[in-house]
Design a protein around this ligand. Structure first.
Ligand code: SAH
Length: 253
């Protein structure tokens, strides 16, 4: 194929949380395209590159810019936070890519917020888990509600992305109310704000308490399963090794 675009997941923020593959993809690029905030996070290392930023919610335009720049013969990298294929722009790039059959898309995986946030909190994802985005910009709320109910019934650890925004302040409260139909109020939970960025803050609490917490759009929320507990302030989900049963944990067991 004539042209190639790298779709790069930059991880949560700090450069040392980016994979080597992602760094190389950005280094070889002539032009880096992304949402303004992410381009700022890339820091001084890539300052010599041509940067094209578009505001939030102009995703289609951002994708088309990539293909048009590639068509001019430039090496293009599109950056997304975390992993570009997890609530990111990767699928839109493939869809729009049908109109540009001479352009190859290559994805570089990134550390998604579920993974980087879990590392801050302890080991909450050490068994089956699922992620649900609370953003209803592109997904009807009924679908989100159905998935929350299913996740609760399946006793998954649940990771909530997009728990809040300026226009949707009470979505976390609503989500907690739905989960509380199935899950007991004392279930252990945690959340992390600004993972891998200045001002990282982690909290653990119960599901009942979570319902009344104010979180912002740079927060990822974790709801434990029935085998999760708090150990020295860390949120842990048992894998099932026998030893774990014999230790006197504090928590909801
Ligand atoms: N592609 C991204 C997710 C984009 S959706 C990824 O794989 O991580 C945006 C949501 O991701 C935010 O509302 C928040 O819930 C989560 N998120 C992304 N980066 C974060 C960070 N640095 N700290 C905390 N949460 C983050």
């Amino acid at each position: 194929m004539e042209h190639r675009i790298y779709i790069v997941g930059m991880g949560p923020g700090r450069e040392d949380m980016m994979t080597g593959e992602a760094v190389r993809a950005l280094e070889q690029a002539d032009v880096i395209v992304g949402y303004t905030v992410y381009l700022d996070l890339l820091g001084s290392r890539f300052r010599n590159k041509e940067m094209i930023s578009t505001p939030m919610r102009r995703e289609e335009e951002r994708c088309r810019i990539c293909f048009e720049e590639a068509r001019k013969g430039k090496r293009v990298a599109l950056v997304c936070s975390g992993d570009a294929g997890i609530y990111g722009m990767a699928s839109l790039m493939y869809e729009i890519g049908r109109e540009y059959p001479d352009t190859e898309l290559v994805a570089a995986a990134g550390i998604t917020a579920a993974s980087s946030g879990a590392a801050v909190l302890g080991a909450p994802l050490n068994h089956d888990f699922c992620t649900v985005s609370l953003s209803d910009l592109l997904t009807p709320w009924e679908v989100i509600e159905r998935r929350l109910e299913g996740a609760a019934r399946g006793d998954f650890v649940i990771v909530l992305y997009n728990p809040s925004s300026r226009r949707r302040r009470d979505y976390l409260r609503q989500a907690c109310s739905i989960l509380l139909r199935t899950i007991e109020g004392s279930r252990v939970c945690g959340y992390v704000e600004n993972i891998g960025r200045d001002g990282t803050r982690a909290e653990v609490c119960t599901l009942e308490e979570l319902k009344d917490r104010e979180v912002n759009m740079f927060t990822t929320v974790f709801v434990g399963n029935s085998d999760s507990f708090i150990l020295n302030g860390k949120l842990i989900t048992r894998r099932g090794y026998g030893i774990e049963r014999n230790i006197d944990f504090c928590g909801n067991h």
